[in-house]
Design a protein around this ligand. Structure first.
Ligand code: FEO
Length: 410
């Protein structure tokens, strides 16, 4: 369990625009998310927003380990009983984790969520809070402005929703358009753009890829509402205040089976035979086309989420494993299971590996990728023992197949 000791650098609440205030938590030390499933090298933030119009609404909370300090901080911003509405846009505990602490202080206050949210909140917390179910197009008056609810199922859970604040033209997007990125500058124009887009793309690749068709239709639905958009306030990472449409356009591009001119070689190895193959193959592709980006990863020594982001950017990925116990090495097996679930589309693959005795790994890699919907360029390349001249020649022929499939001609 994380500690909740105050760290040296606390992000204080700040005004986002007019009566909208950020009241979240920057988590500088987080390095793993979703259990151990997602690496967060740059930490994260749990963004919560307090909207103090004639009526006061609170959008999302923070993760449970920070619940007490969150409620204490909120109380320094406003007497809690003045909060009229709690908008619970997503039940995952990184946003709802402080709700039990808050609701102890505000029994009976309405909690707005989707129908799926109700199921999930009850499943998580087993409380009969005053849930108010909303659907797309429902409105909640805050006095001079109103919140418009927009259900966003599968972006990225069935219960997810967004909210639009009229007058300030802010879209509170919850997980969508977010990044796991702790920064003292919570605005998109104040941070390192390379870091920002590295984290935004990694987030999309590892979390939203399976739901790309829904990303497109949801964005089209929001655009069809013709609402002016001055700011996007996600529940992780920076607020998009400078040209907020830029991240919407990126999402539209990323959702359309995005790829760059990149070939990625991913392998695992026991005694360096498969590594030797991987390096020869990578070198062969690089020699055939100096324009193509070629990246090489030993999956057992690499961060799987970072490598998955490279897979996401690639037009072709080559997978290599030696044979062990009639199968493939475990780091590769785990990676492929995650890759299968993400459902990448329109990517080519080829497989390779060395073996000493039985040699099942290449067929197994081939079958896993094929059943995951990948287009396999050929049957794969097996070599025995440590490659010398003849197996290296086979690697060269293997590279020719790949270059032909990718229309690379040297
Ligand atoms: Fe950031 Fe789906 O929780």
């Amino acid at each position: 369990m994380k500690t909740i000791l105050n760290k040296g650098f606390q992000m204080l609440p700040f005004q986002v625009r007019n009566n909208v205030h950020w009241v979240g938590k920057v988590d500088w030390e987080l390095r793993k998310f979703h259990g151990d499933e997602y690496s967060t090298h740059r930490g994260t933030s749990y963004n919560s927003y307090l909207i103090k119009e004639k009526k006061v609404a609170l959008f999302d909370t923070v993760w449970q380990p920070f619940a007490k300090e969150y409620v204490a901080m909120l109380e320094r911003q406003i007497p809690l009983e003045k909060i009229d509405y709690i908008i619970a846009s997503h039940s995952e505990v990184d946003h709802s984790g402080a709700l039990p602490e808050l609701m102890e202080r505000l029994p009976g206050k309405p909690v707005y969520c989707t129908a799926n949210g109700l199921k999930s909140f009850k499943g998580h917390y087993h409380k009969n809070w005053n849930f108010q179910i909303v659907k797309t197009g429902d409105k909640l008056s805050l006095g001079d402005k109103e919140l418009i609810f927009i259900e966003a199922p599968m972006l990225h859970w069935p219960d997810s929703m967004m909210c639009y604040l009229t007058g300030d033209n802010i879209l509170f997007s919850n997980d969508a358009f977010g990044q796991h990125y702790a920064t003292e500058f919570l605005y998109n124009d104040l941070v390192d753009q390379s870091e920002l887009y590295t984290e935004a793309l990694k987030y999309y690749a590892n979390i939203l890829t399976p739901f790309s068709p829904l990303v497109i239709s949801k964005i089209e639905q929001i655009l069809s509402l013709n609402l002016p958009l001055d700011m996007i306030c996600p529940s992780h990472g920076v607020i998009w205040r400078d040209k907020p449409a830029q991240i919407v356009e990126k999402y539209l591009a990323w959702a359309k089976n995005y790829q760059e001119n990149q070939v990625t070689v991913i392998y695992d190895t026991m005694w360096n035979a498969t590594r030797t193959m991987a390096e020869n193959i990578a070198e062969g592709i690089h020699n055939a086309d100096k324009e193509v980006t070629v990246k090489l990863f030993n999956i057992s020594h690499s961060d799987k989420n970072d490598v998955m982001a490279e897979v996401y950017k690639s037009k072709c990925v080559l997978f290599g494993s030696p044979t062990i116990n009639r199968g493939i090495l475990s780091a590769m097996a785990g990676f492929l299971e995650e890759l299968r679930g993400l459902g990448f589309k329109e990517k080519k693959a080829a497989v390779f590996g060395s073996y000493g005795w039985s040699g099942e790994s290449v067929k197994m890699l081939h079958d896993i990728l094929s059943s995951a919907g990948w287009e396999l360029i050929n049957d794969g390349l097996s070599v025995t023992w440590k490659p010398d001249d003849e197996p290296v020649l086979k690697c060269i022929n293997f590279v020719k197949d790949i270059c032909d499939a990718l229309l690379i001609h040297n």
